[in-house]
Design a protein around this ligand. Structure first.
Ligand code: FES
Length: 210
């Protein structure tokens, strides 16, 4: 609307064109400068509000993960707070294994306080099917290997699947529980997390207690 209005005024005052042109140039410049100031004024709050968000990300904002594509037995890795986090979809066979070697573990019920309360049990997870762990050895911080389909039996007889840290030989089962007689003192850490729905998990925060 305003552009149409300016055009009509120009055709009605052609005789004053040089003066109007001068005024228009001034208005154009004045508008641009104001616009520029406005843009700077708008940019400062935007940057100010963006910076904390960037800092929060560096410090470790929550990470949302789509788990719908994880195959049974598969492990995927995501990064959270600059740490690798593993999400494993455990099969019924893997879950069954967990009850077979608890006498060989240092802390089978995860009584050491280094994970959410929901992880203080055999499965160490909110849903038995999904194991979520910080993938860092609790000895000196190496990243253990996932050995599956019988490969872990070369490390612990009778246990087909598990995690092995080659740095100094620590061994963990498919709940991240550490075996006895290895240098790692504690089970692998379970991070705080919550399920938004069957296909989505958020790493970094737990659901509020109801
Ligand atoms: S860092 Fe894993 S056994 Fe030493």
């Amino acid at each position: 609307m305003s552009n149409v209005s300016v055009d009509a005024t120009e055709s009605a005052h052609n005789e004053n064109q040089p003066e109007n042109n001068t005024r228009r140039r001034f208005l154009t410049v004045a508008t641009s400068v104001v616009g520029g100031v406005g843009a700077v004024g708008a940019a400062v709050p935007f940057i100010a509000s963006w910076n904390p968000s960037a800092k929060a990300k560096a410090a470790g904002a929550d990470v949302e993960v789509d788990i719908s594509g994880i195959e049974p037995g598969q492990l995927i890795r995501v990064m959270w707070r600059s740490k690798p986090v593993w999400i494993v979809r455990r099969t019924p066979e893997i879950l069954e294994q967990l009850g077979n070697h608890e006498g060989e573990l240092k802390d089978p019920n995860s009584e050491a306080e280094q994970q959410p309360v929901f992880a203080q049990n055999r499965f160490r997870s909110l849903k038995e099917e999904y194991l979520i762990l910080v993938g860092i050895c609790t000895h000196l911080g190496c990243s253990p290997q996932h050995l599956k389909g019988g490969a872990f039996e070369e490390i612990v007889e009778g246990v087909p699947d598990g995690f092995f840290c080659p740095c100094h030989g620590s061994k963990f089962d498919m709940a991240g529980r550490v075996f006895q007689n290895v240098p790692a003192p504690l089970n692998l850490v379970v991070p705080p997390y919550q399920f938004v729905d069957d296909a989505t998990v958020i790493i970094g925060s737990e659901a509020e207690a109801v």
